[in-house]
Design a protein around this ligand. Structure first.
Ligand SMILES: NC(=O)c1ccc[n+]([C@@H]2O[C@H](COP(=O)([O-])OP(=O)(O)OC[C@H]3O[C@@H](n4cnc5c(N)ncnc54)[C@H](OP(=O)(O)O)[C@@H]3O)[C@@H](O)[C@H]2O)c1
Length: 271
C-alpha cells in the first residue's frame, strides 16, 4: 500500500468472495491492500482464489473463512474466527447476496428466508460487529452492495428488490451517522452484471430474464472499478455504467403513481 493511500485500504473483509463481484473485488484490491479476508460457503473456490492472489501478490496476508452467512451460527463462527486472531477489518465489503426470480406466492420459503438473512441480516450484523473497531482504530470504510433494483418495486422480484431498498436506505443513514468518524459508507447499486447471480435467482421451471435487462449489462470489472473509485471519492452511491446511472436518475425522479403505472404494464417473462 502506498504511503498516501487511505488508511482503510489495509485489512479488507469481502463476503461472497467465491464468485462474481466478490472475487473481482479481491482481484482489484489485492495489489493495494495488506490483508484480505475471503468469506463465502464454497471453501474450494475461496482457497483457489487465495492461491491465485498470493502467487501474484506475495505481500498479502489472506484468510479464508467458509461460513453460511444465512445462519446465526455461521455469522458467529466468522466473528469468533476473526476475534480469535485479533483481526478487525478496516474495509468491510458486504457483497454476499442472492435473488429469487418468480412470483412471491409460489416462492420456496427456505430460499426467501435465506435471501432475507444474507441480503439484510448478515449485512447489518457485520456492520454492527465491526464499526466499533473501525472507530477505535481510527480507520474504516464500508461498501454495501445494493442494486438498481433497490430503486423500485419489481413484480417477480418482490422480496429481492425490497431487501435491496433496505440496503440502500440503511447505508445512507449509516453514512450520516459515521461522517463524524470519517468512515465512508457507499451503497453500490449495479444494474445487470454477468455473474452466477442469474443462475441462483432462477427457479427450475422459469428463466431469469427481466424485461430490458440485456440493454443494461455492465461487466464486473467496470462495476468494481467504479465502486472502488466511488469509495475513494467518498460518494454515497454508485450506479455503475452510464445507462444504469441515467435510468436510476430517471426512476428516482418519477412520482410513485408513474412507477406503479409502468410496472403494472411491463412485460413479465417469468409467467
Ligand atoms: N449480478 C447482478 O446482476 C447483480 C446486480 C445488482 C446487484 N447484485 C448484487 O451483487 C452481489 C454479488 O452478487 P454476484 O452478482 O456476484 O452473484 P454471485 O456470482 O452469485 O455471487 C454471490 C456470492 O454470495 C455468496 N453467498 C450467497 N449466499 C451465501 C450464504 N448463505 N453465505 C455466504 N455467502 C453466500 C456466494 O458464495 P457461496 O455460494 O460460495 O456461499 C457468492 O460468492 C449480491 O449482493 C447481488 O445482490 C448483482
Amino acid at each position: 500500500m502506498s504511503s498516501d493511500a487511505p488508511s482503510f485500504l489495509d485489512t479488507v473483509l469481502i463476503t461472497g468472495a467465491s464468485s462474481g463481484l466478490g472475487a473481482e473485488f479481491a482481484r482489484q484490491l489485492a495489489p493495494v491492500v495488506n490483508h484480505l479476508i475471503l468469506v463465502a460457503r464454497r471453501e474450494d473456490r475461496l482457497q483457489s482464489l487465495s492461491e491465485e492472489l498470493f502467487a501474484s501478490h506475495p505481500h498479502l496476508a489472506i484468510n479464508v473463512v467458509a461460513v453460511d452467512l444465512a445462519t446465526t451460527d455461521g455469522r458467529e463462527n466468522l466473528f469468533q474466527y476473526l476475534s480469535g486472531r485479533e483481526i478487525t477489518p478496516t474495509l468491510l465489503i458486504n457483497n454476499a447476496g442472492l435473488g429469487d426470480y418468480g412470483t412471491f406466492a409460489d416462492s420456496d420459503w427456505a430460499k426467501t428466508q435465506a435471501m432475507i438473512d444474507v441480503n439484510m441480516t448478515a449485512l447489518t450484523q457485520l456492520c454492527h460487529q465491526y464499526i466499533p473497531g473501525m472507530k477505535s482504530q481510527g480507520a474504516g470504510a464500508i461498501i454495501n452492495v445494493s442494486s438498481l433494483a433497490s430503486t423500485l418495486p419489481i413484480p417477480d422480484f418482490a422480496v429481492y428488490a425490497a431487501t435491496k431498498a433496505y440496503v440502500s436506505s440503511f447505508s445512507e443513514a449509516l453514512r450520516l451517522e459515521l461522517a463524524e468518524d470519517s468512515i465512508p459508507v457507499l451503497a453500490l447499486c449495479p444494474g445487470p452484471v454477468s455473474t452466477e447471480f442469474g443462475q441462483v435467482a432462477a427457479r427450475e421451471e422459469k428463466k431469469f430474464q427481466i424485461s430490458g435487462y440485456n440493454l443494461l449489462y455492465v461487466d464486473k470489472e467496470q462495476v468494481v472499478t467504479e465502486a472502488i473509485n466511488g469509495l475513494l471519492q467518498n460518494q454515497p452511491r454508485v450506479y455503475p455504467g452510464w445507462k444504469v446511472a441515467l435510468l436510476a436518475g430517471a426512476i428516482t425522479a418519477l412520482p410513485l403513481f408513474a412507477i406503479r403505472a409502468y410496472m403494472s404494464n411491463r412485460p413479465r417473462k417469468s409467467q
